[in-house]
Design a protein around this ligand. Structure first.
Ligand code: SAH
Length: 257
């Protein structure tokens, strides 16, 4: 005989920020410190995972570009199954769950299954990187519009980015390291000046952070020469010339442009 189904647990979709545990919200920190089950992405910093109680179960569903270890449908099914078994689930994502985080799909899956779901915002990479590099995304004299775009998405070249970059605007590109040459070409073809300042912020809010600078036309070469690796955001616009430089290697990269 089976007893009545337990009351479903809650799925907490939690933004873990760009890396530094100090950038977690208090709510995220409390949930992690009390978690019994954490389902996390590859981008969540090990220092944050280390905050979980020793007996917590940690499940990684790490994704890498073109090497998905767990398809989204399986992640959704895992969250729902655990919650329906009566367990609360802390679903930890890098940055903010609703900025290029597929949080929308996970919320829908929970709702469709009658599983209670809550969303805890996090510091998205654009904001964490801008703060760490001291690049203001908006500036009274330089930029009053800021856009976030995905540099790796279906049909990149057909995407309409017209008007997102240019005078008075800041464009922040997520997932753009591998497609940097296409991005520069696309923006220049759209009429953006090749000498618009660009900053690449790699591993923002982590000890190994690098801030590299160039101009739009020099972006592809910079990415190759400095061996930029994901995760990195690319900031394009007048504000990208501001702020501080990362490490010595970054200085060398800048000097060579
Ligand atoms: N939900 C996340 C974004 C996930 S998409 C957020 O809100 O930040 C993954 C992309 O985020 C990476 O390819 C990179 O462009 C960016 N990213 C995530 N963490 C980063 C970090 N610490 N430094 C720089 N870029 C980061």
């Amino acid at each position: 005989m089976t007893g009545p189904a337990p009351a479903p647990g809650t799925v907490f979709l939690v933004g873990a920020g760009p890396g530094d545990p100090d950038l977690l919200t208090l709510r995220a920190a409390r949930l992690i410190l009390n978690a019994k089950l954490i389902v996390h992405d590859g981008l969540v910093d090990p220092a944050i995972l280390a905050m979980a109680p020793p007996r917590a179960r940690l499940i990684s569903v790490a994704k890498r570009r073109s090497r998905h270890t767990m398809p989204q449908a399986e992640i959704n099914a895992l969250l729902v199954a655990e919650a329906l078994a009566g367990r609360d689930v802390v679903r930890l994502k890098g940055g903010d769950p609703f900025v290029f985080g597929r949080g929308g799909e996970e919320v829908e899956a929970c709702r469709a299954a009658g599983v209670p779901v809550e969303v805890v915002p996090g510091v998205s990479a654009a904001l964490g990187a801008a703060a760490a590099a001291q690049i203001p995304l908006t500036h009274r004299d330089r930029a009053s519009i800021v856009s976030f775009v995905a540099g790796q998405c279906k049909g990149l070249t057909e995407q309409d980015w017209a008007g997102l970059a240019g005078k008075g605007r800041t464009l922040v590109i997520y997932m753009g390291v591998a497609t940097a040459p296409q991005i520069a070409e696309k923006l220049i073809a759209d009429g953006l000046a090749p000498e618009v300042p660009v900053a690449v912020i790699e591993n923002a809010a982590r000890p190994e952070m690098r801030v590299l600078r160039s101009v739009l036309a020099g972006l592809p070469e910079l990415v190759v020469r400095a061996k930029v690796k994901s995760p990195a955001v690319i900031v394009i616009g007048e504000v990208a010339a501001q702020g501080r430089i990362g490490q010595l290697r970054a200085l060398a990269a800048e000097a060579a442009i």
